[in-house]
Design a protein around this ligand. Structure first.
Ligand SMILES: NC(=O)c1ccc[n+]([C@@H]2O[C@H](COP(=O)([O-])OP(=O)(O)OC[C@H]3O[C@@H](n4cnc5c(N)ncnc54)[C@H](OP(=O)(O)O)[C@@H]3O)[C@@H](O)[C@H]2O)c1
Length: 505
């Protein structure tokens, strides 16, 4: 008998998208032109969406259908990345775009949207407007009777990030959603989970037999997850000021990545089975007390610096940012997953802006060999005992590297770390779909595996809530790192306390 393969799941291989309508709230905004329309166009290019598919855009700006199409057409080539712009395809695609101008607070706007989707069996509502509008839109969809489809058709809703501002507001938003939509109709998007490289973490762990036996506290010393950006806030200072690195990156994207690293193997690759395993990890994160916060987390904010020949402003000098802002442009946290597999293994997670390079990766640091026969007569046993390191690179240069020691050619037994590398681009040579392409297809076929469930989003807020409570009560001495450096000194000290150092990615 062959062993069951958790990835042989019929749902994910039967990815035929049914005819449906997508109603985009906030269609005049940045996300629609930058991500949603390019992803839908690419799916049309790949003939992944069926003929009965159409988009209804909504925002306040008065536009005819043709003006909306023209606006989307103008920006599309800029955001297509690796997809050619094809005029004939665009003309066919654009015929399926229409627009309803109106204010989200106005019931008449929903009546007009209702007319547009009246004959559509299946409809997806996409909340791509400012988060402060989410509850109004949900209420109005319910009041207009748009949450129920015709016959066997479905009505689903995608909620963009941020999902709440803290645990209390996330719970409130969940409660509001559940007044109108059942949980299985709600798709909370976390585009990190749609990235090929994050999905590949599961393939790597559960499709291979050799790593899983090592994947626990006996062999793994600690884990470092880094999401670094070299840019600053790029004109989005007033938005970012309300968010900060902990809310914008760690609470959602990086805790989801961590749960993918730490989860138990699912028995089958089915949405709720996979999500159950992720949720268990998030619920097992050690809840720290408020007074323990400084031991488990560090906040940073970049100050001005000269990088190369460029004078870079500090965060407080960016347009729209208050001169005494306490926003964290850098956060680092130490997370413990209190279960049998991971007890006492630190997961260090950091994210920041204006760091030396743009990189997102996960470094799994294994324990050193228990005894080295190669140590050097009382001298520093330096590279000979460098422990093995497995690096999962999410972006850029997507791939996986395993570092191990090798004998340096020549006399004696000199060891040197070398690396065994897998690179996505060269190994497959094929284009990877963008996260939004993957996730849009998933929601249209009703596969929620890569979407965040209510309990997951609440557990991840609960994990960071003590830090969020602590920070406003303890003013930080910002700025505490210069633009172009790897963050505040306190972050190195947080690791040093446990005998570790941040790796330079
Ligand atoms: N941009 C990104 O790359 C990105 C990435 C990840 C997540 N997100 C999330 O996606 C959502 C949308 O982001 P965004 O950057 O696209 O925001 P945005 O550029 O501010 O777009 C929102 C649009 O909503 C419309 N709007 C505002 N008030 C309205 C009202 N009362 N009634 C009807 N329409 C209204 C506005 O168009 P009018 O002025 O014409 O009404 C505006 O263009 C946010 O939750 C954001 O956090 C964005």
């Amino acid at each position: 008998m062959t062993a069951p393969n958790p990835f042989q799941d019929p749902l994910r291989f039967r990815r035929r998208v049914p005819p449906c309508a997508i109603v985009i709230f906030g269609a005049n905004g940045d996300l629609t032109k930058r991500k949603l329309i390019p992803a839908l166009y690419r799916l049309a290019y790949d003939r992944r969406i069926p003929p009965g598919f159409f988009v209804v855009g909504n925002s306040r700006t008065a536009m005819s259908d043709d003006q909306f199409r023209e606006k989307m057409r103008e920006s599309l080539p800029k955001f297509l990345e690796d997809t050619p712009f094809d005029e004939t395809l665009w003309n066919d695609f654009a015929r399926n775009l229409s627009y309803v101008a109106g204010d989200l607070n106005d019931a008449a706007c929903y009546a007009r949207i209702g007319e547009k989707i009246a004959n559509s069996e299946n409809t997806l509502f996409y909340l791509s407007t400012q988060p402060s509008h989410y509850e109004t839109v949900i209420e109005q969809i319910g009041a207009a009777g748009l949450a129920k489809g015709k016959g066997n058709g479905w009505r689903r809703i995608v909620v963009e990030k941020p999902f709440g501002h803290d645990l209390a507001t996330a719970r409130q938003l969940n409660a509001k959603l559940h007044e109108v939509f059942e949980e299985d109709k709600v798709y909370r998007i976390d585009h990190y989970l749609g990235k090929e490289t994050v999905q590949n973490v599961m393939a790597f762990r559960f499709g291979n037999g050799i790593f899983e036996p090592l994947w626990n506290r006996r062999y793994i010393n600690h884990v470092q997850i880094t999401a670094a950006e070299s840019i600053g806030v790029e004109g989005r200072g007033s938005y970012y000021q309300e968010a900060g690195a902990l809310r914008d990156m760690i609470q959602n994207h990086l805790l989801q990545v961590m749960s993918t690293i730490a989860m138990e193997p699912p028995a089958v690759f089915e949405p709720d089975v996979v999500r159950d395993e992720r949720a268990k990890v998030l619920r097992s994160i050690r809840r720290i007390k408020r007074e323990e916060v400084p031991d488990y987390s560090v906040a940073g904010q970049y100050g001005p610096a000269r990088i190369g020949t460029e004078e870079v402003p500090g965060f407080r000098q960016e347009p729209g940012v208050s001169p005494d802002s306490q926003t964290d442009t850098y956060s680092a946290v130490t997370v413990f997953v209190d279960n049998w597999r991971w007890a006492d293994v630190p997961f260090y997670i950091r994210s920041g802006k204006r760091l030396p390079k743009r990189v997102t990766d996960i470094a799994i640091q294994f324990n050193a060999a228990p005894h080295s026969p190669f140590s050097t007569n009382g001298e520093e046993p330096l590279p000979t005992v460098r422990p093995n390191l497995l690096i999962l690179r999410i972006q850029p240069e997507e791939g996986i590297s395993l570092r191990f020691l090798s004998k340096q050619p020549g006399e004696g037994m000199q060891l040197r770390p070398v690396s065994m590398d897998f690179n996505y681009g060269t190994s497959f040579g094929a284009r990877s779909p963008s996260a939004y392409e993957t996730l849009l297809v998933d929601v249209m076929i009703g596969d929620a595996t890569l979407y965040t469930r209510q309990d997951m989003v609440e557990a991840s807020w609960a994990a960071v809530q003590p830090i969020l409570d602590y920070r406003p009560e303890h003013k930080a001495d910002f700025p505490n790192y210069a633009a172009g450096t790897w963050g505040p000194k306190a972050s190195d000290e947080m690791l040093a306390k446990r005998g570790h150092v941040w790796r330079v990615p």
